[in-house]
Design a protein around this ligand. Sequence first.
Ligand code: SAH
Length: 255
Amino acid sequence: MEAGQSGRVYLVGAGPGAADLLTLRAARLLARADIVFHDALVQPDVLALAPQARLVAVGKRSGRLSTAQQFINKQLVDAARQYGCVVRLKGGDPMLFGRAQEEIDALRQAGIALEIVPGISAAFGASAEVGQSMTRRGMSRSVLFLTPAVGKGEVPHAWADATKDVDTLVLYMAGRQARDIADGLIAAGIPAHRPAMLVENASLPHQRMWPTTVGGLPDAAAQLAEGPALILVGEVYAECLPQALALPRLRHAAA
Ligand code: SAH
């Protein structure tokens, strides 16, 4: 790199986990990256698509040792001054619950060229595995992506208030607080018997899913291992419940 010049930073979505759920654009960038900064959730076989690159883990898994966001911002700016092609790889889609804006702002402020490459968000990866559409004619016209998680120093928010008028809910970063989530939803007026799905490690070989209800979420979540987990809530998941699976046609035959 010539003095005074900067490379380009690509904020790239790594998808829900499976390496072949990356976009072609992401794979091509990984193949020519000089350095890749990646989250803890990014799988080894995704990183294997960048064998020539220097790999830097900047993982932020809740409850574990993490790299402070400001430090990540600085590392990206420094890398752009040193390398031509800098990839910042984030799980799912970078623009959803990925702290992308902090990095975008820092790079813009430093005058670094930036491109964003979308990825398959966990909601879409999980929906594909569940096999149930988040929307459905006559039943669900709205989907809310929500996280009850707040960053350090942020005031807790009344997240459950936002859930009242939506048909299908997708809760990110929620698996380990399932009891609070269930209590919050029920207090917001959502019936405890509303169908729900808990999906862990969507798209990965060790994926697991639990069909349940809002009231059953804490028991289902007690079975979670260490993987990332998503909670889906809505009438569209009624067909996933064990009684519906036993009698798949009954519900609609009666309607
Ligand atoms: N930007 C990411 C979300 C980052 S927040 C995206 O678009 O998917 C991290 C949360 O995403 C996790 O706590 C979990 O709720 C969810 N998640 C990510 N990968 C997942 C997977 N393979 N299966 C289930 N949930 C996942």
